[in-house]
Design a protein around this ligand. Sequence first.
Ligand SMILES: Cc1cc2nc3c(=O)[nH]c(=O)nc-3n(C[C@H](O)[C@H](O)[C@H](O)COP(=O)(O)OP(=O)(O)OC[C@H]3O[C@@H](n4cnc5c(N)ncnc54)[C@H](O)[C@@H]3O)c2cc1C
Length: 387
Amino acid sequence: MSAAEQTEVIVIGGGIAGAGAAFEISRTAKVVLLERESHCGYHTTGRSAASFTENYGNGIIRRIVLASRAFLTEPPAGFSDYPLLSKRGMITVARSDQLDLLQQELETAQALVPSIVAMTPTEAIARVPVLRADYLAGAYIEPYSMDIDVNGLHQGFLRGARACGAKIVTNAGVTGISRQGGQWRVETPAGTFLAPRIVNAAGAWGDEIAMMAGVRPIGLQPKRRTAFNIPAPDGVSIADWPLVNDVGAEFYFKPDAGQLLVSPADATASAPMDAYAEDIDVAIGAERLGQATTIEVQRVSRSWAGLRTFVADGSPVVGPDDEVPDFIWLVGQGGYGIKTSPALSRVCASLMAGGGLPDDVARQGVALADLTPRRLRIARLQKAFAS
Ligand SMILES: Cc1cc2nc3c(=O)[nH]c(=O)nc-3n(C[C@H](O)[C@H](O)[C@H](O)COP(=O)(O)OP(=O)(O)OC[C@H]3O[C@@H](n4cnc5c(N)ncnc54)[C@H](O)[C@@H]3O)c2cc1C
């Protein structure tokens, strides 16, 4: 039997969260990242819509996105060969029965992102000519919403972590976690690892990892979201179309490598698993697309699904466990984990080291209490007392 490998921090999970955490933590500590699959990014990270919008998710998420923009716009030298963000824009559309909601959402959006402005249906149709005039009653545009090069960001994190001495171990699904002499002992098929601290970045499996470690779970709920590609409409240039998003969260579509990516914006509760697209969700997406646009879906070239994982209040969970402080959470990023990863990785590294929130994140109006796992236990206690 080979000896257990000693390190300073074990990061569990090689999606964008674990990669970002390894990148930040490896600047000051020796890191081993353990990923169960044969390559990092196989699960939710490899299945996103690659969108950077400052106008999606709750107020905490939006503020963390604002704190992530500078890194994505100007990553450290050598981080990536290509820009991580490219111009896309995002139009939010509404039917006549959704106009009140559109107005509310516009006011909320403008409070944080003043560049978001209302547009007329005619202006929206000029940008995306397939939108139906008899469907569209109102719209607004977020002009500086972008596409993210997810692979570039993920690989940049991993490459940067390796350059600082981190070890990335794949085919290393964690099967057991125990305490040994004040350290964590983590068992995997690729070997046994010892470290005083663990970062739990296991996405949909975050509560399973906690339970393995004897830490109380926080109520993570994975929700399946479906996406599919269809060919671009004949004779139409789609490259400059913005992402089009329905204000009622019933669908969205955007250009994707010469095709259209369409999603029914589903959120079906799921166990942690290798998620796949159900035919019914693809059919719902095609139907909603057909109601809002002149596109009739004839052929789906690819479909997939991923798990967006949430806790009850919809905000991420970052920082040391309040009962077991050597166990650090970095989970619950929901549908926002790519665009928030630069700031959340820094938050994770700072809180793990006993510091506070990075200044720029705090300046955006995010507080420790918004992210700590403790808030979930307090909320549960308050609910129990109230009932
Ligand atoms: C259709 C769709 C569209 C999306 N669009 C966007 C978007 O436009 N913008 C955006 O910002 N976000 C988007 N998201 C959300 C984003 O993809 C997620 O928030 C993010 O990928 C979560 O990253 P993660 O690292 O936490 O999880 P994952 O990528 O799932 O990584 C967790 C990793 O942990 C590993 N793991 C689990 N258990 C173990 C174990 N026992 N041992 C070792 N490893 C283990 C898993 O194998 C996995 O690789 C979208 C998601 C979906 C599904």
